[in-house]
Design a protein around this ligand. Structure first.
Ligand SMILES: [Fe+2]
Ligand SMILES: [Fe+2]
Length: 295
């Protein structure tokens, strides 16, 4: 498959659209949760942030789709926008159904340069999804929540996987169309946008720490019992075990796509490099940890 050709475009657009799952959020098999599971679900401090991010993603991706001339690419990106908005509906439904404490706020202004906004968003999804694979897998194995609820969250994660595979192919197609399809140029472009995604995350963490003094006592308590901390990583966080999980989940999920399609490669490559270092690093970072059920 020659990247940047019409055949490539047909393949990445049509395979993305054909794999669309037409589920209705309220008709998913939402389970009844016992008190312990409810407490755990409510302790996760970022559901309102996820809801906000998905809502903004839906609006931004659909706004970008409207600017695209090519009807096939436009249809595919508009479908992605629909799926992002449905993710927001799914998280909102979960918040309401299980009484999760979450604030509501209007979405922030969409970027003036909507195409760069879409590029930033897409490369950000490549970073987040790769890390999400490991977090999901650890949390599931540790039975942080019942499997029935993980199955619903898997619906969302599977769509994110389709999004990033579509995205990297669209970026490569776009680069080739602009005469920048050589592999080193594409790699540099990808590295630049991954760097921007990581810088945004670092800034978000800094902003979060700055605002720490302004959060309510309830939010502080929830943060203490954070799912991103020890509960998802029983025995404490272990970089090697986590990166290994991200890599194996990534390989499993990417294996389901047409072999002619490109896959996101930078995060798996960085993770493999980091693992090589951790394998010879002294101390606890390299010690494997097994996820187990937590109380
Ligand atoms: Fe999403
Ligand atoms: Fe997405």
């Amino acid at each position: 498959m020659k990247i940047g050709t019409d055949a490539h475009k047909e393949l990445f657009c049509r395979s993305f659209m054909e794999a669309h799952n037409p589920y209705i959020v309220t008709e998913l098999p939402w389970p009844e949760l016992d008190d312990a599971s409810l407490a755990r679900l409510r302790s996760v401090p970022f559901w309102d942030e996820v809801f906000f991010a998905e809502r903004r993603a839906g609006a931004m991706v659909r706004a970008y789709a409207e600017t695209i001339q090519d009807p096939l690419v436009r249809e595919a990106i508009d479908l992605q926008g629909f799926e992002e908005a449905r993710h927001a509906d799914l998280i909102r439904h979960m918040i309401d159904l299980y009484g999760i404490p979450a604030s509501d706020r209007p979405i922030s202004k969409l970027p003036a340069d909507i195409e760069t906004g879409f590029l930033d968003f897409g490369f950000g999804e490549c970073v987040d999804s790769f890390l999400g694979f490991g977090a999901y897998s650890f949390g599931k194995r540790a039975q942080f929540l019942p499997d029935s609820l993980f199955a619903i969250l898997a619906t969302l994660l599977e769509e994110e996987v389709r999004h990033i595979v579509f995205f990297v192919n669209w970026v490569a197609y776009r680069q080739a169309q602009r005469g920048r399809g050589a592999a080193p140029l594409r790699a540099l472009h990808s590295l630049w946008f991954h760097g921007r995604a990581v810088a945004r995350h670092v800034q978000d963490i800094r902003d979060g720490q700055k605002n720490k003094t302004e959060v309510s006592a309830e939010e502080r308590d929830r943060a203490k019992f954070s799912a991103t901390q020890a509960d998802i990583f029983p025995g404490g966080f272990n970089a090697r075990a986590f990166l290994s999980e991200c890599l194996s989940e990534n390989a499993r999920r990417m294996g389901a796509f047409d072999p002619r399609l490109l896959r996101p490669s930078l995060m798996p490559g960085l993770a493999r490099g980091a693992l090589t270092v951790l394998n010879v690093w002294p101390g606890n970072w390299g010690k494997p940890v097994t996820a187990s059920k937590t109380a």
